[in-house]
Design a protein around this ligand. Sequence first.
Ligand code: NAD
Ligand code: IPM
Ligand code: MN
Length: 362
Amino acid sequence: MKKKIAVLPGDGIGREIAKGAVAVLKAVGERFGHEFEIEFADIGGAAIDQHHTPLPDETTEACKRSDAVLLGAVGGPKWDHLPSHIRPERGLLAIRKELQLFANLRPIITFESLVESSPLKREIIEDVDVMIVRELTGGLYFGKPSERRGEHNEVVIDTLHYTREEIERIVEKSFELAMVRNKKLTSVDKANVLESSRMWREIVQEKAKNYPEVQVEHMYVDAAAMKLIHQPKDFDVMVTENLFGDILSDEASMITGSLGLLPSASLRADGFGLFEPVHGSAPDIAGQDKANPMAMILSAAMMLKYSFNMHKEAEAIEQAINEVLNAGYRTPDIQNTGTHVVGTTKMIDLVVHRVREDSAIS
Ligand code: NAD
Ligand code: IPM
Ligand code: MN
């Protein structure tokens, strides 16, 4: 099969880990007989430096002419002083909106070999398999007005805005996912305070009638944050508002042991997708060959599965990652005793070798 992929490395460790995803895809192509044509494009701070905007038109066009998009991460201290409309993060929000990527799937799955690396106890995190479905193109991130006001700019406004249709489509997507998983849906909201959450709850109740097999529960976001750490095994699919999903997914990364392990898929209604790690550009370790490339590589695996229907290819990547972890290799974010600590480049090489099936781990 021939597929065109736009790769947007972005900033900081985004640039280091994007190389890993490309190398792994090359190995998958060789092993399974696919041709992946890669087109690189700038986003975030790199785009501000080159084109004076965090999302140049050329980048949007490159994404639109591709079959799928891979994104590293954006942002960094170099651009933190800029006004919000030209910050690197604005480029990421704009591409999500422009491509209508409303459904952000963030799987949280325990790796058996890393159970001892989590700050949580084995019995709590063993066999966890949760899918956080984060609404990605509405809610607090995009509501208008969002501005400072007043004679001395002393008033700030951010708006949590949703249309019925925006909530309906993310809720439906979550029910569909629950149907092919363990048939449980937790809708996370703040309906004791927010009007938007009350409509969200109503819509979940309405849609539930079409999915009688799915067990539905509603949970306030504060309680959900607690329960995610206390009893993560009780969750199957969690669906929630944009900002709630952002926060809960970083929290959930501690179940797996590191933020550097969490991939994500951002999908449009027709299945087109952008695939990106949950983490950011990690300025504290950027350029030091310390970043864990696994979240990015697993995002490429999600791309193969969700956008190209290449299931055995995606499994080959997941298996390679498991083998490398089982052999004791770790980037510094997930050290524990008896392991071999390696850098980003070495970790990428190890995974590539396993995907190629051409040598034992060395
Ligand atoms: P971050 O996710 O970049 O880092 C948080 C912590 O996790 C840091 O200590 C970092 O070293 C560590 N970490 C993250 N990914 C890692 C990996 N792959 N391997 C090893 N360690 C890893 O969040 P932050 O520090 O709050 O934000 C830094 C910048 O990234 C900001 O500009 C922020 O806006 C941006 N950001 C971008 C995205 C994105 O592009 N999707 C996501 C989150 C944050
Ligand atoms: C994420 C990030 C982004 C978000 C930022 C960088 C805009 O934190 O992808 O989780 O909040 O969506
Ligand atoms: Mn985030």
